[in-house]
Design a protein around this ligand. Structure first.
Ligand SMILES: NC(=O)c1ccc[n+]([C@@H]2O[C@H](COP(=O)([O-])OP(=O)(O)OC[C@H]3O[C@@H](n4cnc5c(N)ncnc54)[C@H](O)[C@@H]3O)[C@@H](O)[C@H]2O)c1
Ligand SMILES: O=C(O)C1=N[C@H](C(=O)O)CCC1
Length: 253
């Protein structure tokens, strides 16, 4: 007889939202996980530790997610964060906080869809071979942040790969434009955000050379696409103390 291990006790923050509600169903459907708390705006964060949660999953809003993480780290609860809007300064604050809480793990991942993580990795790998690279992200119009966390993460990875290969700025003769026409600048990579009813979450990385183009595209048609990655994060975060940024670090890419 194999010993039967106890389920991991999980709390979900933002449980009434589009992603939070999907995560609640995914946790309830996983035999090795147990949902012990589901909170939305106005909920009492101390209920998470009080319910015995070992891992909390945060799909809330950019304005509150960092505060949630610090409170949960103080309570000794591992955190899986899908909420976007993080910048380097906020990530550094969490990293510093975790240095005082050895054993606690926080995973911040802008995209939990396995295909999106692979698209980012492929783009970073291809970037050094192309003169030009731009990112287009396309989302549902209820999204509050732009560009998407995924697009920021992708552009930063493409920029780092270009810098490591010794590539300079991309060709661009634009000297006159309406504000915003050339998109946002993420480490020198242009990022364009589309908001359109009917979409869920989509990204294209366009890579150009004289006479050729490589397009890497990923589409999430349904929020269930994020669930295998979220559940992987829940199962793994306790084995990765400190701060991990990006699901790619758990996928052996
Ligand atoms: N990492 C990924 O794979 C991934 C995938 C989809 C969405 N997202 C991100 O997840 C976030 C949520 O997206 P969504 O579409 O579910 O948004 P949503 O607006 O549907 O849900 C957010 C929920 O958070 C709740 N909330 C607000 N303040 C709260 C607080 N203090 N405590 C608890 N709950 C609070 C809101 O009431 C709402 O129910 C966004 O930042 C989005 O970009 C990430
Ligand atoms: O629906 C959203 O909002 C999404 N946000 C993430 C992002 O900003 O990258 C991931 C995809 C869906």
């Amino acid at each position: 007889m194999h010993p039967v291990s106890e389920p991991i006790r999980v709390a979900v923050l933002g449980a009434a939202g589009r992603m939070g509600a999907t995560v609640v169903r995914a946790v309830e459907g996983a035999p090795d996980l147990e949902l012990v708390a589901a909170l939305d705006a106005g909920g009492d964060l101390t209920a998470v530790a009080a319910a015995g949660a070992q891992v909390a999953v945060d799909f809330t809003v950019p304005a509150v997610t960092e505060g949630n993480v610090h409170a949960l780290v103080d309570a000794g609860v591992h955190v899986v964060v899908g909420t976007t809007g993080w910048d380097e300064a906020a990530l550094d604050r969490v990293r510093d906080h975790l240095a005082d809480r050895p054993g606690v793990g926080v995973l911040v991942a802008p995209n939990f869809a396995l295909g999106a993580v692979l698209a980012m990795a492929f783009a970073a790998r291809a970037a050094r071979w192309f003169e030009s690279a731009e990112v287009v992200e396309l989302h549902h119009p209820d999204k509050v942040d732009a560009p998407s966390g995924t697009a920021r993460h992708t552009a930063a990875a493409v920029a780092a790969a270009r810098a490591a290969a010794g590539l300079g700025p991309m060709p661009d003769a634009t000297t006159q434009s309406l504000d915003g026409a050339r998109g946002a600048d993420v480490d020198g990579v242009r990022v364009h955000a589309v908001r359109l009813r009917g979409l869920v979450a989509h990204e294209e990385i366009l890579l150009g050379n004289p006479g050729e183009q490589l397009t890497i595209r990923h589409d999430s048609f349904d929020r269930v696409s994020f669930m295998p990655g979220v559940l992987l994060g829940v199962r793994e975060v306790g084995r990765h103390p400190g701060l991990t940024v990006g699901l790619e670090h758990l996928l052996d890419l």
